[in-house]
Structures are given as structure tokens and as C-alpha cells.
Design a protein around this ligand. Structure first.
Ligand SMILES: Cc1cc2nc3c(=O)[nH]c(=O)nc-3n(C[C@H](O)[C@H](O)[C@H](O)COP(=O)(O)O)c2cc1C
Length: 197
């Protein structure tokens, strides 16, 4: 890698008080110097997916695809709505089914909720078929004993809390390690190739 390793962080919520965004901002505050960490906060600008426009989708879609293409790893967190994936996240992923920017992309996919499992499972399948390489160590599932988020927190208190602070720091250690691994030595994900022939 000739550049600083790049992580693109994406949250599947548009809420101003989103806990998923809060988590990413807290991670940004403690990011290692040698890593580029960018939070992508323009999912709300993407038009609704229409396969008719896939190849001439406009500037917002191009920016999204470029940000994904340039990242060495994707850190994704997303809420569950009505036992499913948020529409914001599904829409964003539909725009890259045809263009393929997630093919062989390293994926960190923590689940911040101790109770939501359905959306996480659905998104895991989608991300798999889009070609991501899920890195288990970078994809912790919050539990009551090891929470990744607590109610009514801000970034600083999330980092200072004796339960969540160490979990976020541990995640950074795993992210750093995962970025050091030569992509050749990661298990390949050929699911997407089967999908598109
Ligand atoms: C319309 C709606 C539906 C929801 N459905 C679920 C659900 O099915 N399962 C669940 O665990 N949480 C559900 N929640 C809770 C959200 O996942 C939770 O509020 C989460 O923090 C939202 O993410 P955000 O804070 O990043 O916006 C729902 C919330 C809303 C507003």
C-alpha cells in the first residue's frame, strides 16, 4: 500500500442524534495517526435506486462509488428498522450492485445493538453477495457485558466509560491488524463473481 491505509466509515441512519454516527465519531477521535479515517455522511443525498439510471446515475452516486473504491476497508454500522435493514442503507448498497466497488473489500461490521440481529444478518448476506470480505475480529456484536454503545452518551463519555471505552480501543487494534494483512492472505469472497457471472 503506497498511501496511508484508508477506512471509510458509514452509518445507515440519517438521524441527527444517531447512535451509529456517534459511534463512528468516537472511533474517529481515537484513530491512529497512520490511518486515514473518513466518515461518509452523504447517504441521504443519494437518489432512490433505479436500475434504468445505473450507468448515468449522477454526481452523488459517483461520489459514493468513488469513496468506496478508494477505501482499503469499510467500517459499517447500521440500525434495524421493523426487523429489517434501514432503507437508507439498502438504497446505498443497491447503487453498487452493478458497479462492484465492494468486490474483495475488507469489511468491519460491528453490531451496536444488543437486541437487533435480523437487520445485521440481512446486511451480512447482502455485503457477502456484493463481494466483501468480512473480518470477524473487526465485527464485534454488542452484549450486555460488553456494550459498544450506551444510552444518552456523547463521544467523550463513550470513550471514557469503563465498559465501552476499552471495547472501542480494542476494535481499533483489530482494525489496524486487519489493515496490515496482505489482501492476498485474506480468504477470498467469490460470491459476487458468481452473481454477475
Ligand atoms: C421506525 C423504527 C423501527 C424500529 N425497529 C426496530 C427493530 O425492528 N428492532 C430493533 O432492535 N430496533 C428497532 N428500532 C430501534 C432503532 O434501531 C434504534 O432507535 C437505533 O438507535 C436507530 O439507529 P440510529 O440511532 O443510528 O438512528 C426501530 C426504530 C424506529 C424509529
Amino acid at each position: 500500500m503506497s498511501h496511508k491505509p484508508r477506512i471509510l466509515a458509514v452509518a445507515g441512519s440519517l438521524r441527527s442524534a444517531s447512535v451509529n454516527h456517534l459511534f463512528l465519531r468516537a472511533m474517529q477521535l481515537i484513530k491512529p495517526e497512520n490511518i486515514d479515517f473518513r466518515i461518509y455522511s452523504e447517504l441521504g443525498r443519494l437518489p432512490l435506486f433505479n436500475a434504468d439510471n445505473d450507468e448515468q446515475a449522477g454526481e452523488e452516486v459517483s461520489r459514493w462509488r468513488k469513496a468506496l473504491a478508494e477505501a482499503d476497508m469499510l467500517l459499517l454500522v447500521s440500525p434495524e428498522y421493523a426487523h429489517g435493514v434501514s432503507g437508507v442503507m439498502k438504497n446505498a448498497l443497491d447503487w453498487i450492485v452493478g458497479s462492484g466497488e465492494l468486490m474483495e473489500k475488507r469489511l468491519a461490521f460491528p453490531n451496536l445493538s444488543v437486541r437487533a440481529t435480523l437487520a445485521q444478518a440481512q446486511l451480512t448476506e447482502m455485503l457477502h453477495i456484493l463481494g466483501c470480505r468480512l473480518i470477524e475480529d473487526c465485527s464485534p456484536r454488542a452484549t450486555t457485558e460488553h456494550p459498544l454503545m450506551l444510552p444518552a452518551m456523547d463521544e467523550q463519555s463513550l470513550l471514557a466509560d469503563k465498559r465501552t471505552g476499552p471495547e472501542l480501543r480494542k476494535l481499533w487494534l483489530h482494525l489496524e491488524q486487519a489493515l496490515l494483512v496482505d489482501p492476498e492472505n485474506l480468504q477470498s469472497n467469490t460470491a459476487g463473481r458468481h452473481l454477475w457471472g
